[in-house]
Design a protein around this ligand. Structure first.
Ligand code: B12
Length: 255
């Protein structure tokens, strides 16, 4: 089980509006609360890696879903009249906002949830439930507003005041299908990652003394360097599998 400090509760209503997506169908009617869980993933330094830190271990969606579903089973036994639906990332819930409301951290200028213990290297998952639970107070403290994420962003995607321009975010560019412009290709080449981007998190003062993840699945079977030779195997289990081979091969060709 995870530390109690990585679990919080917020009111469903406070987390609205929802993100439009197909997963919305799985929301319980009459949802009242959201039990939010954080899953730390920092695994140490891997010099020479060419994939984002979060994408080195096997797909976090499955790992987090196991924790959430185990927790949901316990709760269903205790509250048989209530519903519990698990979501991770592919979720109608604005997870960063929900986690902040649940007292699990503060929202950084880079848009990421910053937890007191683990910084921003945490995944977020949640159980949406019809149970009416008492919510925690929103996270205390603040992002230092030092502006390092904004000035270091290779794509200039973090605007003054903190709003992220998701379209130009380098993480998004590495996912984009089709032919990239010369400018986009150059950004990926310079950053040196074929998937994701870590710059706004790596420069953040809250991530400078990182605590290693207590979750074995995020420490084991890491693949820091993707190559055309190991790509097929990686596509069976890494979190970029959904994007398919062509985009990864294109990005590999850029480095
Ligand atoms: C689409 C998406 C992306 C897109 C667009 C990101 C964006 N910010 O728009 C792209 C591909 C670029 C992306 C990149 C990344 N992503 Co992403 N992404 C998502 C996803 C699926 C939806 C986000 C979204 O559209 N939100 C809607 C917008 C409007 O909401 P928002 O950005 O949360 O902003 C709200 C809050 O910030 C809030 N807010 C602002 N200030 C305050 C203050 C307080 C007190 C409160 C309460 C709220 C609040 O108000 C905003 C409006 O509601 C979420 C999962 C999810 N379901 O939430 C993951 C998610 C945000 N991503 C995640 C990760 C890990 C990443 C990357 C770090 C991966 C990487 N290394 O490459 C990068 C980081 C880029 C960045 N700086 O955001 C994690 C973030 C974990 C964390 N610690 O915060 C999430 C939560 C996935 C997960 N389950 O763990 N992502």
């Amino acid at each position: 089980m995870l530390e109690a400090k990585l679990v919080g509760v917020c009111k469903y209503e406070d987390a609205l509006p929802l993100i439009e997506c197909r997963a919305q169908k799985r929301l319980p009617e009459n949802a009242k609360s959201i039990i939010v869980m954080l899953f730390p993933y920092y695994a140490g330094e891997y010099p020479g890696r060419n994939v984002s830190r979060y994408a080195m271990p096997d797909d976090y969606h499955g790992v987090a879903a196991e924790y959430l579903n185990a927790f949901a089973d316990v709760l269903r036994k205790a509250h048989p009249a209530h519903e519990f639906a698990a979501f991770v990332d592919v979720s109608p819930i604005r997870e960063v906002k929900a986690a902040a409301l649940a007292g699990l951290g503060v929202v950084g200028r880079n848009g990421l949830l910053i937890n007191e213990r683990y910084g921003s290297r945490v995944f977020i998952g949640e159980l949406v439930t019809t149970l009416n639970l008492t919510s925690k107070a929103p996270g205390e403290g603040s992002c230092h507003e030092c502006g390092k994420c904004e000035s270091s962003c290779p794509a200039g995607a973090i605007r003054q005041g903190g709003a992220l321009n998701a379209e130009s975010c380098l993480s998004r560019l590495t996912q984009k299908k089709g032919v990239l412009t010369e400018h986009e290709s150059e950004l990926i080449r310079k950053n040196g990652l074929v998937w994701g981007c870590d710059v706004c998190a790596d420069v953040c003062p809250h991530n400078q003394n990182p605590r290693t993840t207590p979750i074995d699945a995020f420490k084991n079977d890491l693949l820091p360097v993707l190559t055309p030779q190991n790509l097929d195997e990686a596509l069976l289990k890494k979190p970029y599998s959904w994007r398919g081979k062509d985009v990864l091969l294109r990005n590999l060709g850029l480095l």
